[in-house]
Write a protein that binds this ligand. Structure first.
Ligand SMILES: Nc1ncnc2c1ncn2[C@@H]1O[C@H](COP(=O)(O)OP(=O)(O)O)[C@@H](O)[C@H]1O
Ligand SMILES: O=P(O)(O)OC[C@H]1O[C@](O)(COP(=O)(O)O)[C@@H](O)[C@@H]1O
Length: 321
């Protein structure tokens, strides 16, 4: 079973527009609403792959009720923790050329009691979990060490920890020795405090995260593919995608594919890449089902193209904590 923890879930609203013009009234040509947040998406993708999953998440207010309803409609098992503050809504705007603009709200502030209830909810189900995927930003009220504390408790219960977060929460979580971390290029750059221009730069950064505590690193590099560094070796995976509709949740879909395929080694990397590629071919944060996957389009190699320039070099937007 894949248990997911999403401390700051969201109601994801996705708009498709002909062009995004600042200061103008922009008429959307399509819109959709999905239950969101990185762990929620991992659960949705795991369920779509036919793997048992449980999503642990705090929910509050009318948006929280809507997230619960949408998850129920999708048949996702949920262990909700009731909170006072309203669940956030995140917005993405997709343009026909593939440009995506995302606005992520900060979300509610959790009280100390709500933070404890969330940890207790995870602990109550962790014995049943093969993997516990800890995903997304931490809401206000949770210390940056929250994921590290969670990892300590869950490791003691025998579960493996996958982690997908950013900034200080990622750095602090490394102390909890997560079994795999899945940064994207920007998160990796921020974690090591330097920009990344090539796949080789990303590999050096991934090695550094392992030195700091991560047992394995699955680095997602957008259109360029993914890099896996674990005890079995170092591998690079790529898939060709002709039309990108929305990359919202592509990383979450990738992580789910990786865990569903065992969570280690080149076969799991191939599944991660297939899931990421399938996700970007779908609108909004729709998660792929098996018929959406095109495994033949995926290549995985142990010969990492170190000199390959990243299509989107990762600049530093914030100083590393
Ligand atoms: N433009 C793209 N073309 C092809 N595949 C993509 C594209 N964007 C994302 N992907 C796939 O989805 C994965 C996750 O996307 P990425 O943007 O790296 O992560 P995140 O969603 O966490 O920011 C990538 O590693 C890749 O496999
Ligand atoms: O917790 P964060 O970092 O604010 O991210 C939350 C957002 O991330 C998502 O899980 C999508 O992930 P990506 O932005 O990595 O594609 C959305 O469902 C959600 O709105």
């Amino acid at each position: 079973m894949i248990l997911t923890v999403t401390p700051n879930p969201s109601l994801d609203r996705a708009y498709e527009v002909p062009a995004l013009t600042r200061g103008a009234v922009v008429r959307a040509t399509g819109d959709r609403m999905d239950p969101g947040g990185k762990g929620v998406n991992v659960s949705r993708a795991a369920a779509a792959a036919g793997v048992p999953t449980l999503a642990v998440l705090p929910l509050g207010g009318a948006p929280g009720a809507l997230v619960a309803q949408l998850l129920d409609e999708q048949g996702i098992a949920v262990a909700p923790v009731a909170i006072t503050g309203p669940t956030r809504s995140n917005i993405s705007v997709a343009e026909p050329d593939g440009t995506l603009t995302k606005i992520n709200a900060p979300g509610p502030e959790l009280t100390a009691a709500e933070s404890e209830s969330l940890l207790a909810a995870v602990a109550a189900h962790s014995a049943r979990a093969d993997w516990i995927a800890c995903c997304g930003s931490l809401p206000r009220g949770l210390a940056p060490s929250w994921y590290a504390d969670l990892a300590d408790r869950c490791h003691a219960a025998g579960a493996r920890i996958a982690l997908d977060t950013s900034g200080p929460a990622l750095l602090a979580a490394l102390a909890g020795r997560p079994d795999v971390v899945k940064p994207n290029a920007a998160e990796l750059a921020e974690a090591v405090g330097r920009p990344l221009a090539t796949v080789g730069d990303a590999l050096k950064a991934a090695d550094e995260l392992r030195e700091r505590g991560a047992r394995a690193v699955l680095a997602s590099l957008g259109a360029d593919g993914q890099l896996l560094v674990d005890d079995s070796g170092t591998y690079f995976g790529h898939a060709r995608v002709d039309v990108v509709r929305s990359d919202v949740g592509a990383g979450d879909s990738s992580l789910a594919g990786f865990l569903v395929a065992g969570g280690t080694g080149p076969r799991a990397l191939a599944a991660a890449v297939a899931h990421g590629a399938a996700a970007v071919r779908l609108p909004g944060s729709l998660m792929p089902t098996p018929p959406d996957l095109v495994p033949d389009a995926v290549t995985v190699t142990a010969r990492v193209p170190l000199d390959l320039p990243l299509t989107e070099p990762a600049a530093l937007t914030e100083p590393a904590a």
